[in-house]
Design a protein around this ligand. Structure first.
Ligand code: MGP
Length: 172
């Protein structure tokens, strides 16, 4: 008998093909709802540091698409951690694994309800890890074990920005 998780999760992969739209480049890899199936999938796929530039992984609760437009994301935002270039080599894969474990292990106490999913973006200018939440609320805490500044950005601000930086509503 496998060990059930509290939620079923879907892992998505994004590969930046300039000839296609953003949505067309987003692919569902697979879904799982047990500890054993999580590790089977995790061990089977490339670590983020081995992905090409422009690629993403997203892990979201089953039924929530990893995009701003989804009903359960559109009023929310993300806690964003921006890594520097050295951290791809030193920290990225470990931070992503810790983020995944926090998600599937429901480590955010009562705030786990608020969590929609997490994204890792592999980018030349520096990689990003974010945790997306349902509402723009700071009345909860996410125990992310990191040594970096993180800020909370609303999807409204991110999707309507003109430059590359979105203002933080809160930072910790
Ligand atoms: P990105 O991949 O989140 O960040 O968004 P990147 O590549 O680091 O770029 P930067 O602008 O943060 O510096 C890149 C682009 O992908 C966005 O400007 C959108 O055009 C598109 N995009 C990203 N997301 C998360 C979405 C989404 O949820 N919905 C739609 N429609 N487009 C998105």
């Amino acid at each position: 008998i496998k060990h059930p998780l509290q939620n079923r999760w879907a892992l998505w992969y994004f590969k930046n093909d300039k000839s296609k739209s953003w949505t067309e480049n987003l692919r569902l890899i697979s879904k799982f709802d047990t500890v054993e199936d999580f590790w089977a999938l995790y061990n089977h796929i490339q670590q983020p540091s081995k992905l090409g530039f422009g690629c993403d992984y997203s892990l979201f609760k089953d039924g929530i698409k990893p995009m701003w437009e989804d009903d359960r994301n559109k009023l929310g935002g993300r806690w964003l951690m921006t890594l520097n270039k050295q951290q791809r080599h030193n920290d990225l894969d470990r931070y992503w694994m810790e983020t995944l474990l926090c998600l599937v292990g429901e480590s955010f106490d009562e705030a786990s309800e608020e969590v929609c999913g997490a994204v890792v973006n592999v980018r030349p200018k520096g990689d990003k890890i974010s945790i997306w939440t349902k509402r723009k609320s700071h009345h909860y805490r996410l125990n992310i074990p990191i040594k970096a500044m993180i800020g909370y950005q609303s999807h409204d601000d991110t999707s309507s920005k003109s430059g590359s930086t979105t203002k933080n509503m809160y930072s910790v």
